[in-house]
Each structure stands twice: as C-alpha cells, then as structure tokens.
Design a protein around this ligand. Structure first.
Ligand SMILES: [Fe+2]
Ligand SMILES: [Fe+2]
Length: 282
C-alpha cells in the first residue's frame, strides 16, 4: 500500500493545476490515471474489461454483482412505502431514493456489460431476483414500520457509502468514475434516515410513531449493517486491496463506521447496541 488512504469521512480532493487550487478558482482537474495503492501502485489504471488480468477480473465482477444486487433489492424494500410514508415530503423523498437506487443498479450493470457474456448472464440473474433471494441479509428483510425506513437508510445505506468510498479512485477506471455521482446521491439517503429517526424521537406521534419504535428499528438494522462489512479475516477483502480495488479491510471500515454512528445516534437521543449484539458475520 502507498501511504494511508484518507478516512471515509474525508472527501477525496481533486488535484488541480499549479496556480489554481480548484475548478472554482479557474483550475483544471487532472484525472488520476495511475493505480494508487496495492501491488500495482504507480502503473496505469485498467480502463477496459479486456485488459483486466483474469484473477482480478473475477473479483471485479463479484464486487459489481454484490453492489448491483443491493441496489435492486432496496427498491423492492422501499416500494411499499411510496404511498404510505407519513408526509407528502417523505413520499417524495421515497420516490427519489427508489429512482437513485435504480440508477445505481443501472450504472453497475453497464459496467458489468463490458465483461461480455459473463457480465450479461449476471445481469439477467440480478433482474430475476425476488424479495428474499438477495445475497446479504439486510436486503432480505422487510420494512415493517416507518421507523425501519429511517433506520435502514441511516445505517444500511451508510455502509453502502463506506463501500463506495473504498472504491474511490480504484484501479479499475470505469468503476472509479462511477463513484462521485453515486456518493452524492447516497448522501441524501443517509441524511433522510437520520432525519426520520430524529423526528420520531423529538416529535413522537405529532410526526409519526415513537421513540420506542425508532429504538426497536435500530436493534433490528444495526447488527445487519455491521454484518455487511463482511468477515474480519476475509481473503476477498485482502485481495481487493492488493489489486487496488478497495482501500480498507473489512475490519478497518467497520471500526470507522461504528465510531461515526456512535456519535450520530447519541445526538439523536437513541442508543446503539454493542457491536457484538445479534451478529451473524464476524
Ligand atoms: Fe444506491
Ligand atoms: Fe441508497
């Protein structure tokens, strides 16, 4: 690895030409063309599916399939709340989130398409998946209450953001270039989730539900969110770093996430269960 990557909460800074510090100041952004970490650091990034070495190719496809699966699954989970969310604004944001997740799924599938027949086979499988058939547990659970929508977007989408940040400026160019827009859209989802929980705590039934419901949904989703980072000694995560695809091990990312949400949940007036509570993937 070449140096320590920035923490997930620090946005990546585009590099600019000498004399101007940003696009706003008249500078131009220099695209990052070389692999920034891993065993091929310093070499030009892979720009097409054809030039990706075969062992790395398998991993890129696997990561894309998992990513796309979560996007399509969450559309199925949100759908029942499109016309059941408590306020008109909440319904509008639900529709935005569904549209965003559909776009993310499309974007991941477009990259998969570059992998020819193999990629297309995975896309066909992804589009045929029904509720309950997805890879990760968090995406096979229903939103039984409005507080579930709040906790899911606050906790599960936030893990998604950590995963996307781990791909920022990664060694596969098409994947790296997909990140900025996805990340900016995901930010809406996270903020919305925290705001739903906060309103339930502060306004209670004047808004919708109660503080107790919000807390119950945290107990339901937080363990599944922590599981999403994967096994602590995962060989896939080690290889992903070596190939310059991901910046952090599962355990590093999970630890940073726990630190971030601890402060957030406390500020809302709710509590987090212990990180070991109800976990399936350790
Ligand atoms: Fe998404
Ligand atoms: Fe999202």
């Amino acid at each position: 690895m070449t140096g320590r990557p920035p923490a997930p909460s620090e946005p990546a800074r585009p590099r600019t030409r000498a004399g101007a510090s940003s696009l706003k100041d008249g500078g131009t952004i220099e695209p990052v063309r070389e692999i920034l970490w891993g065993s091929s650091a310093g070499v030009r990034k892979y720009e097409t599916a054809e030039e990706v070495p075969s062992d790395m190719r398998q991993l890129v496809v696997k990561l894309l399939v998992v990513q796309a699966d979560t996007e399509f699954a969450s559309i199925q989970q949100h759908r029942p709340w499109l016309d059941r969310a408590p306020t008109l604004e909440d319904r509008w944001i639900e529709s935005r989130i569904i549209a965003d997740e559909a776009r993310h799924g499309l974007q991941a599938c477009r990259i998969l398409r570059d992998f020819g027949e193999e990629g297309q086979r995975f896309i066909d499988e992804l589009l045929a998946k029904k509720e309950g058939e997805h890879k990760l547990d968090a995406f096979n659970m229903k939103f039984d209450a409005w507080s579930d929508v709040g906790a899911f977007t606050c906790f599960v989408d936030r893990v998604g953001v950590y995963q996307l940040r781990a791909f920022q400026e990664c060694s596969y160019g098409p994947l790296a270039r997909a990140m900025p827009l996805m990340l900016s859209e995901e930010q809406l989802h996270l903020n919305f989730g925290a705001s739903v929980l906060r309103r339930m705590v502060q306004d209670g039934s004047k808004y919708y539900g109660s503080k107790e419901e919000a807390q119950a949904s945290i107990q339901k989703w937080y363990p599944r969110a922590l599981d999403m980072f994967g096994h602590s000694n995962s060989d896939t995560s080690r290889r992903a770093i070596e190939y310059g695809l991901k910046r952090w091990t599962n355990e590093e990312a999970r630890a940073r996430y726990i630190e971030e949400v601890s402060g957030l949940v406390q500020s809302i007036g709710l509590t987090l269960p212990a990180p070991e509570f109800d976990r399936h993937v350790l």
